[in-house]
Each structure stands twice: as structure tokens, then as C-alpha cells.
Design a protein around this ligand. Structure first.
Ligand code: GLY
Length: 406
């Protein structure tokens, strides 16, 4: 990706907006409001396309022919578009978005019964979780609890973890794994904590804590970076392999994995107040921020050990997820809390600049450009991804909430 002088000028301008919380002069709009307006217009165009189709389409990314890829309810990414519409409804107060958020959310309800993969947390928490928070629909509670029941079927007591992937089909069956757990799975725990709150059944909370503890023990290297995949023995719970699936190498720093770890352990701290979880989130973040190869605009390469840095694709989805987590961290009792908000602000400035934020009406109506799905699978390289947009909107909302209280 070529970063031109114009793009750098755009980043600088956006940075000036972001730094000042005082009203902007003249016709200049506040940084947050301008980005919300853009998101409303851009996603509004996607909503027009979907509504005109007469179907309940669920946009994920762009295909190689530049058409939009839409997914079904079982895809791990099916909750992000409904979740983005909820965030847009919250950010704009536009009540015309409410019935759409409800419709796209309820279209994926069947995901609550999925037991063949672990991503039920991503799917149901981003959609029904936000729906419950914003609309309070009582029926959504039972959906969340049922989803937690489904996720709990994947708990393997011998290892104390939730199995991420099945190994009886697809490319996962070719790796010789018995019980693979990926760091991404930390993101599914929020659903379990919520299900215990809603149901009063502590089983889900206990499973989440067990998973977080074993992952803390096995997934991390001494420098705070994490492996992508840990394969456990189903006979005795021991570790069989430490590997990658979506990173450059087993020992490399796959950026989105680090983002899932930072965000996931921040959730665990919020839910348990156990300081070791926050310490891990901070350690992983400080490892990332101190990497010499981190680019000046702070948007990570897809893997921070990829061989052709600086000529490697960036991953805006990692940056958006880390930004959102850092806003939460900045509200916690941590030394130098303001520095985490400052770093998150810098990430949002970069993401909102012309280098990453798409021009209105382009990019398949996704907000952000330049994310990476999986380079080892030659899939979704330097494309928009709906989860980059979701965490970008969440980060904008968190920034707005924090600044309103200041
Ligand atoms: N959970 C899959 C990914 O992060 O790409």
C-alpha cells in the first residue's frame, strides 16, 4: 500500500481534529461526529442495497471480482454486520435504524444452536448482546443463554478449555490436531459471562475462567506475544503442538491474534477483577507497541514478523480491535491510563484518514480498507472486513462516551 504525501497530510489533519476536544471553528466538524456521519452515509448505502434485494443479506468482505461476499448465520462473522447497525443506531440516535438492527439480528438466531465451532460468542454477543443492551428485548436473553449452552458443549474438562475447531473435516483435518484452541477463542468468553449474569447459572462463568486460565498458561511467550493455535491432548490435557494457522510462522507475531488477546483479557478483567488478566492484556499491548517494525501510523502489518516488511499488507482489523480494547483499559485503575487513550486516539486518527477510511460510495460500502483475513490460505488479502468496521464503530463509541464524561 503506497502512502502518499496527501495521505500523510490527511492523517495530520485528522490528528489535529482528534486532539482537540474543544468545538472546532467554522465549518469544521468534530472528529467523532464527522466519522459517525460518514459511517451513517456509507452503511446507509449498504442498507439500501440490502433492502432493495428483498433478502436479509449479511455483508462480510469483497470477493476478488470486487462484489460483496454475504454470509449465512453459521459463519463466524455473521454477528458483525447486525452489531454494526446496532452501534450506528446508538451513535446516531436514528430510529429508522432500529427495525433494521432487529431484523438482521433475528435473521441469525439459529446460530444459538451451533455446536460444531466455537464462534457462537462472536456471532451472538455482537448481535443479540448489543440488541439486549440497547433495546432490552426480553427474548434476547434466552437466545444468549441458549448460545452459551451450545458453546459449553465444546468445553473439554481434561484440558480445561473450549475446543475451537473440529478436526474431522476441511483444512483443519489435515494438521494432525486433536483439540485445537486458537487465541481468537478469548473473544467468545464475554457471551459466557453474560449468560451467567442472565441465568444465574455459574457454569458458564466457571468455564470462561477455566479457559482463560489455561490459555494464559499455554498461549503466551515470555515477551507477551501469543501463539495462534495450541493443540491439546484429549487423553490427558497436555499440549501437543504450539503452531499457527493464519500467521506467517508458528513463532511469529500474528497481529490479529495479539488483538484478540489484548481485548479478550481486558474482558476477563472486567468480568472477574482478577488482576492477572489485565496484566496479560497490558503485557501483550506493550510488546506490540515496542516492536521496532511497528509503522509510524501504528496500523500493524498482518504479521509483525512477515518477511517483506515494510512491503507487507497492513491489518486494519487488528488496529480497530486494539483501539477499542485500549479505550476500555484507559478507564481502569492502571498507571498512566491516559497513555492508553492517547494510543487509541492515534489508531483512530490513522484508521479515519484517507489511507484506511474508504471514500463514500466505494469499497463495497464497508467503512475501512486494508485488512487481512488469512494470507496462508490465500484468502481476503488487503480487503475490507466487517469485523474491522464493527470494532472501529465500537472504538468510536467508547471514545465518545469517555470524552463526554471528561
Ligand atoms: N477468528 C478468525 C480470525 O481472526 O481471522
Amino acid at each position: 500500500m503506497a502512502i502518499t504525501k496527501n495521505v500523510i497530510a490527511g492523517i495530520c489533519t485528522a490528528f489535529l481534529f482528534a486532539c482537540g476536544n474543544t468545538p472546532q471553528t467554522g465549518e469544521k466538524k468534530d472528529f467523532i461526529e464527522e466519522n459517525i456521519e460518514f459511517a451513517r452515509a456509507q452503511i446507509g448505502k449498504e442498507l439500501d442495497v440490502i433492502e432493495a434485494s428483498g433478502k436479509c443479506l449479511n455483508p462480510v468482505t469483497l470477493k476478488p471480482d470486487s462484489s460483496v461476499y454475504y454470509c449465512g448465520y453459521a459463519d463466524w462473522r455473521s454477528g458483525f454486520f447486525p452489531g454494526s447497525v446496532w452501534y450506528l443506531y446508538e451513535l446516531t440516535g436514528d430510529t429508522t435504524l432500529l427495525p433494521l438492527a432487529v431484523k438482521y439480528t433475528e435473521a441469525i438466531e439459529e446460530a444459538k444452536n451451533l455446536t460444531w465451532h466455537h464462534d457462537i460468542g462472536f456471532i451472538i454477543n455482537c448481535s443479540f448482546g448489543n440488541g439486549l443492551r440497547l433495546a432490552g428485548t426480553p427474548a434476547y436473553k434466552e437466545v444468549i443463554i441458549q448460545a452459551a449452552r451450545s458453546l459449553a458443549t465444546r468445553f473439554r474438562p481434561v484440558a480445561g478449555i473450549i475446543q475451537s475447531w473440529n478436526v474431522d473435516r476441511g483444512w483443519q483435518s489435515e494438521r494432525g490436531w486433536e483439540c485445537p484452541v486458537i487465541i481468537d477463542n478469548m473473544m467468545n468468553l464475554e457471551l459466557l459471562f453474560e449468560a451467567t449474569r442472565l441465568s444465574g447459572d455459574s457454569t458458564y462463568h466457571k468455564i470462561a475462567v477455566s479457559h482463560a486460565d489455561r490459555t494464559l498458561a499455554e498461549h503466551f511467550r515470555p515477551d507477551g506475544s501469543c501463539y495462534h493455535v495450541i493443540d491439546y491432548s484429549l487423553k490427558d490435557g497436555s499440549v501437543r503442538h504450539r503452531q499457527t494457522a493464519q500467521g506467517y510462522a508458528d513463532e511469529s507475531i500474528w497481529s490479529r491474534g495479539q488483538a484478540w488477546a489484548i481485548y479478550g483479557y481486558t474482558i476477563c478483567y472486567r468480568e472477574t477483577h482478577d488482576r492477572k488478566y489485565l496484566d496479560q492484556a497490558l503485557k501483550t499491548f506493550h510488546m506490540m507497541r515496542s516492536l521496532k517494525q511497528m509503522p509510524a501510523d501504528l496500523i500493524p502489518y498482518w504479521d509483525m514478523d512477515a518477511p517483506n516488511i515494510p512491503n507487507e499488507p497492513r491489518d486494519a482489523s487488528s488496529a480497530a480491535c486494539i483501539a477499542s480494547a485500549l479505550y476500555e483499559i484507559s478507564t481502569l485503575d492502571v498507571p498512566d491510563a491516559a497513555s492508553y487513550k492517547a494510543y487509541a486516539d492515534s489508531l483512530l486518527v490513522s484508521l479515519s484518514s484517507p489511507a484506511y477510511r474508504a471514500p463514500l460510495g466505494t469499497n463495497g460500502h464497508f467503512l475501512l480498507m486494508h485488512s487481512v483475513g488469512s494470507i496462508p490460505h490465500n484468502s481476503e488479502i488487503d480487503v475490507p472486513l466487517n469485523y474491522a468496521d464493527y470494532y472501529y464503530l465500537e472504538a468510536l463509541k467508547r471514545k465518545r462516551d469517555i470524552e463526554r464524561e471528561q
